[in-house]
Design a protein around this ligand. Structure first.
Ligand code: SF4
Length: 320
C-alpha cells in the first residue's frame, strides 16, 4: 500500500465518521433505513458493527455530496426546509428516523413534505420498494408527532451524479396500514438485536452488499433458492430485453450488409444527418494460445500474465 493509499484509508474513514456524527450511535436504535431493509442484516449489523471498505465509504460520501449539492439548490431557490430532521416514535423512542429534507409549505406549517434522497449509478424506472418503505416510516413517524390537521406528503429524489440526471418519485402520503406493518418490523429488529429472538431474513438486490451473507438461510449453498419477487421480476425483464437485443442485432446486421454492398470496402460520405465511412481492415494473425502452451510451455509462461476473474450471469428461458 502506498503512503497516499494508507493516508486516504484513514482520512476517508474519519471523514465518514464526521459526516454521519449527527446519526449518533446507530447500534442503540432502529432507523427507517434498517426497517426498510432485511431484519437479519439490521440486527446483526447492530451486534457486530461493520468496518466498511473504502469503496463503500466512498459510496456513502457520494450520497452526502449529492445531498449537500441539492441543499444548496433548494437554498438558492429560496424554499423553506430543514435537513436531517430526527423524529422518534412517541411510545418506542428506539425507533426513529432522520429525514433528509423536510419542506414547509407555508408559514403555519400545516403542509409538510418529506424528501428521501438517494444517490445512485443509474436511475431505475420505478423506485425500489425499500426506498418507499423508508419514506413511509418517515412520514408515519412525523404524523404521530404532529397535529391531525397537518398535511404530510413525501417523495424519493434519486440523483445520478455521474450521468448528471435526477428523478423525483412523488405523491406519496402516509398510510396507516403500511406504517403499522413497518413499525412491527422495527420492533422485531429491536428484539432481535437484543437477542430476544432470531431475526427474519428478507432477501433483495441488497444481499450482494451484505456482510452477513455467509451462513444466511436465504442463500442456501447448492440448492434451488426461491427468488424474492423483485429479483424474479428483474430476471424476467433481463430475458425480455435480451430477446429484443438479439432481434435488434439481427436487424442491424441486415442493414449493415445492405450498406456495405453499396459502399464497398472504401467509402466516405456525409449527409445533412449523418456521416458514413467504410474502411477495409487488412488481414492479420493471432496467437493460438492452446498451441503455444502445448508446443512452447516455457515461452507461454514468459508471455502470459494473470487476468482478473469476473462473475458470469446466465439467464435462459426454460424450454416450454
Ligand atoms: S444475505 Fe440478504 S437475506 Fe441474508 S442477511 Fe444479508 S440481506 Fe438479509
Amino acid at each position: 500500500m502506498s503512503k497516499l493509499d494508507s493516508f486516504l484509508a484513514n482520512a476517508i474513514q474519519s471523514h465518514q465518521k464526521q459526516l454521519s456524527s449527527h446519526l449518533g450511535d446507530r447500534t442503540l436504535y432502529v432507523g427507517a433505513s434498517d426497517i426498510a431493509g432485511c431484519p437479519r442484516k439490521a440486527a446483526l449489523g447492530k451486534q457486530v458493527p461493520a468496518n466498511h471498505d473504502i469503496k463503500t465509504l466512498l459510496r456513502f460520501t457520494r450520497g452526502h455530496v449529492a445531498q449537500s449539492m441539492y441543499a444548496e439548490f433548494f437554498r438558492t431557490g429560496g424554499v423553506n426546509f430543514e435537513e436531517e430532521v430526527e423524529v422518534r416514535h412517541p411510545e418506542c423512542p428506539e425507533i426513529l428516523c432522520h429525514i433528509d429534507f423536510l419542506f414547509y409549505a407555508n408559514r403555519e406549517n400545516k403542509r409538510l413534505h418529506v424528501v428521501e434522497m438517494k444517490s445512485t449509478s443509474g436511475i431505475p424506472e420505478e423506485p425500489y420498494s425499500s426506498w418507499v418503505d423508508q419514506l413511509h416510516v418517515q412520514m408515519g413517524l412525523l404524523k404521530l408527532n404532529l397535529a391531525d390537521d397537518v398535511e404530510i406528503g413525501g417523495s424519493v429524489l434519486v440523483v445520478d451524479l455521474n450521468a448528471g440526471e435526477y428523478r423525483e418519485f412523488n405523491s406519496y402520503k402516509p398510510n396507516a396500514l403500511v406504517f403499522d406493518h413497518l413499525i412491527q418490523k422495527g420492533e422485531h429488529i429491536l428484539a432481535a438485536m437484543r437477542g430476544e429472538c432470531e431475526a427474519k431474513t428478507e432477501a433483495s438486490f441488497l444481499c450482494g452488499y451484505c456482510q452477513f451473507r455467509t451462513g444466511c438461510s436465504a442463500h442456501p449453498i447448492g440448492s434451488t433458492a426461491v427468488l424474492p419477487l423483485e429479483i424474479h421480476q428483474a430476471g424476467k425483464a433481463y430475458l425480455e430485453l435480451n430477446a429484443q437485443k438479439k432481434t435488434i442485432e439481427s436487424q442491424l446486421n441486415v442493414l449493415k450488409d445492405d450498406l456495405l454492398s453499396y459502399t464497398g470496402g472504401v467509402f466516405k460520405s456525409i449527409t445533412d444527418e449523418f456521416s458514413i465511412v467504410a474502411t477495409t481492415v487488412g488481414e492479420s494473425v493471432t496467437v493460438d494460445s492452446k498451441k503455444l502452451k502445448a508446443s512452447f510451455p516455457d515461452i507461454y509462461a514468459q508471455v502470459t500474465k494473470p487476468k482478473a476473474g469476473f462473475v458470469k450471469l446466465e439467464i435462459k428461458p426454460l424450454a416450454e
